[in-house]
Design a protein around this ligand. Structure first.
Ligand SMILES: NC(=O)c1ccc[n+]([C@@H]2O[C@H](COP(=O)([O-])OP(=O)(O)OC[C@H]3O[C@@H](n4cnc5c(N)ncnc54)[C@H](OP(=O)(O)O)[C@@H]3O)[C@@H](O)[C@H]2O)c1
Length: 383
């Protein structure tokens, strides 16, 4: 059996072969509904779909990035000049390479990842606090430092790094994001890439793992507490489950997803995997110390929290005592979590339909906007 995911995309100008992936460490069975159409076809094997993708071209990509002896003045980037649907996404190969401020480094981007905020921002949902158009989208990056500002203290040229380039997700995110050959980022927002992860795996982590960690911290989560994660298979939820278990010492973890992703939830550490297509989690007799709502069901989430417990919500309307926060990017969070990543306790979950090549950016956006992605959607190679 072969499942396909295809999406009509606007005509774009660059073409690159898809890289092949050849080693995996987190495997589970996943079923996707077959969809019809057209321009690009991704194939998924019927079972044991690899979630952790190790690109054979990784060392080559790093070598190429570090080989950059002279930095060009112009680069290729994904750009939009107006808010709207995926059709506003264009490629421009004459975008100025960003200037590096004193506290910033210039990164040769090897891989970038999409987050729902990239789609919402492009749709104009945050236009009141956005940077001016035209925009090069992209928050998450993994790449190689090719230039450092005067005040940069630790990072140096040739370092392999990763991070979420926007300190505040919604307040003036950078005009020149990570979906480009180069991006300029404050040193404090970055960490060295975990040595055991390739650039594809690393690119998918920053915003999601920072959100997962900050949310758990804000609830006061600690060893021995129980947690229910709503949307355990998404970019954030897949990491909330793992952090709750391996970093915070949860006593019990429950999580929701659709039928095909229940095994994934268990492989990530969930004791109870709830199929939201068959059960209403709010009808279960069990109550939790913390409910982490990564889908926008705060009204129901507050019904299953213990008295005195916490409900953290990432999106949608908030029902007391639930609360919402917006993630702050912080390289120190990544540094704190690097040992858990390097020991293999925390595993990146990369959507098996990817990585998407740079020429498939619009398709990758269409996919994240289905709200069906598993883990992270990564773009590689760039361009
Ligand atoms: N406030 C912040 O700072 C912050 C930070 C990060 C993200 N967010 C927001 O948090 C949300 C989650 O982000 P994300 O990156 O994790 O999203 P994501 O990866 O795009 O989430 C996709 C997942 O949602 C699942 N899903 C869809 N409907 C569901 C339902 N009714 N119950 C349970 N799971 C369901 C899908 O699983 P199935 O296919 O099984 O349905 C899919 O795996 C987004 O709205 C995002 O904008 C906010």
């Amino acid at each position: 059996m072969e499942t396909t995911m295809t999406t009509a995309v606007p005509k774009l100008t660059t073409l690159h072969p898809r890289i092949s992936s050849n080693s995996f460490s987190l495997r589970f069975s996943l079923t996707f509904p077959a969809k019809k159409t057209a321009l690009v076809k991704h194939t998924c094997s019927p079972s044991h779909i690899p979630l952790r993708v190790s690109a054979s071209s990784q060392s080559q990509a790093a070598a190429e990035a570090t080989k950059v002896s002279s930095i060009p003045s112009e680069m290729k980037a994904c750009v939009y000049g107006e808010y709207g649907g995926v059709e506003v996404l264009k490629f421009d190969d004459k975008v100025s390479v960003p200037e590096v401020k004193e506290d910033q480094v210039l990164i040769k981007v090897v891989a970038a990842a999409l987050n729902p905020v990239d789609a919402k921002r492009r749709q104009g949902k945050f236009k009141a606090t956005d940077s001016p158009l035209p925009t090069v989208p992209g928050y998450d990056v993994a790449g190689v430092v090719v230039k450092v500002g005067n005040q940069v203290k630790e990072l140096k040229e040739g370092d392999a790094v990763y991070g979420n380039i926007n300190e505040k997700a919604l307040e003036g995110p950078k005009q020149f994001g990570s979906l480009a050959e180069y991006t300029a980022v404050e040193e404090k927002l970055l960490a060295l890439k975990p040595k055991n992860l390739d650039f594809i795996q690393a690119a998918g982590l920053p915003l999601a793992i920072e959100t997962a960690y900050e949310g758990l911290e804000r609830t006061g989560f600690s060893a021995g507490k129980s947690i229910l994660v709503l949307n355990g298979a998404g970019g954030v939820g897949s990491l909330v489950i793992q952090l709750a278990k391996h970093v915070f010492g949860a006593s019990r973890i429950a999580a929701t997803s659709s039928t095909g992703k229940l095994e994934l939830l268990k492989s990530l550490g969930a004791d109870l995997a709830i199929d939201y297509t068959k059960e209403n989690f709010e009808d279960l007799p069990e109550k939790f110390d913390v409910v982490y709502d990564a889908i926008g069901q705060c009204d129901k989430a507050v019904k299953v929290v213990k008295e005195g417990g916490s409900v953290v919500a990432l999106t949608g309307a908030v029902t007391p005592p639930g609360f919402r926060f917006v993630v702050t990017s912080n390289g120190n969070t990544l540094k704190t979590l690097n040992p858990y990543l390097e020991s293999g306790k925390i595993k990146p979950v990369v959507d098996p339909k990817g990585p998407f090549t740079f020429s498939q950016v619009a398709e990758a956006f269409s996919y994240i906007e289905t709200n069906r992605a598993t883990g992270k959607i990564v773009i590689h190679p760039i361009p």
